[in-house]
Design a protein around this ligand. Structure first.
Ligand code: V07
Length: 255
């Protein structure tokens, strides 16, 4: 059924799909695992970094499309705590991408009222990366449009452990008792404290797993997986994912 739907959608233009989206039911928070850059490059006989460079152009397209559609929060998994295990040259290249992206895009993000935000262990990033991302967060802090949340050096288990450690400290200091602990207190100590949970999680490149991404926050999210590699992902795929999300919501709503 869903397969039939996606075949049907792929014959429609982006504008036609948009016309057909229910503007009142756009997912408010979309989270994306941007996978398949290395494979895309390999398929073309290019070095892995060429895939990352191409993948960054897609970030651009998706951010503007999401903003256009009225999405409130877009979370993008840019670098995981596991990604440090990759070859040194690749990690060094990846750590230059936030600066490169922001040098090109920050003026446009300002103009479009986008608020940049981060989640992950930012202290462990190279100084030049930290500087670039902190500057973007600061410059856009009063913007009221799309919240663009980059997961950078992020891992969900670390996030949970860190929150638990902070809470344990509060109990130890006597400002909280173990009986008072609840979901809301845990959430306030997590890196997504001010954000609502994702309504829709997208993963590209055919892998059907979460890979330590927002394990707590996606408890009730709709998942949409595609074989499309991240550098080949575009506005049309995003709209298709939202159309499928809306179709599911309608089905559950109707009992
Ligand atoms: C990265 C491009 C997208 C595909 C996935 C891996 C490669 C944008 C950023 C970024 C991060 C923070 C920020 C502004 C931009 C980025 C990394 C990798 C490490 F404030 N794309 N992108 N960061 N890729």
């Amino acid at each position: 059924m869903l397969e039939k739907l996606s075949k049907w959608k792929s014959s429609l233009s982006s504008q036609e799909i948009k016309d057909e989206l229910d503007q009142a039911n756009i997912p408010k928070h979309i989270a994306i695992i941007m996978d398949g850059n290395g494979r895309w490059a390999k398929n073309k006989g290019l070095p892995r970094i060429a895939g990352h460079r191409e993948g960054m152009k897609v970030v651009n397209k998706v951010v503007h499309k999401a903003n256009d559609l009225g999405v409130e929060v877009l979370t993008l998994y840019a670098f995981s705590t596991e990604n440090w295990k990759r070859p040194k040259t690749e990690v060094e290249y990846l750590m230059k991408l936030p600066e490169r992206f922001l040098n090109n895009e920050l003026p446009k993000l300002m103009k479009e009222n986008v608020k940049v935000r981060l989640m992950g262990s930012i202290e462990e990033l190279p100084d030049h990366t930290k500087k670039a991302v902190m500057k973007a967060v600061k410059e856009t802090e009063n913007n009221t449009g799309l919240i663009l949340n980059f997961a950078l050096n992020y891992g969900s288990r670390f996030e949970l452990m860190d929150a638990i450690r902070k809470i344990a400290k509060q109990v130890e200091l006597g400002s909280l008792t173990s009986e008072e602990l609840n979901e809301s207190i845990l959430e306030k100590n997590m890196m997504t404290a001010e954000l609502r949970d994702p309504d829709l999680l997208i993963r590209t490149s055919g892998e059907i797993r979460l890979s330590n991404f927002m394990l707590w926050q996606v408890a009730y999210s709709e998942f949409w997986f595609t074989d499309v590699l991240w550098p080949d992902f575009n506005e049309k795929h995003l709209t298709e994912a939202i159309a499928v999300y809306q179709k599911r919501a309608r089905r559950y709503g109707g009992v």
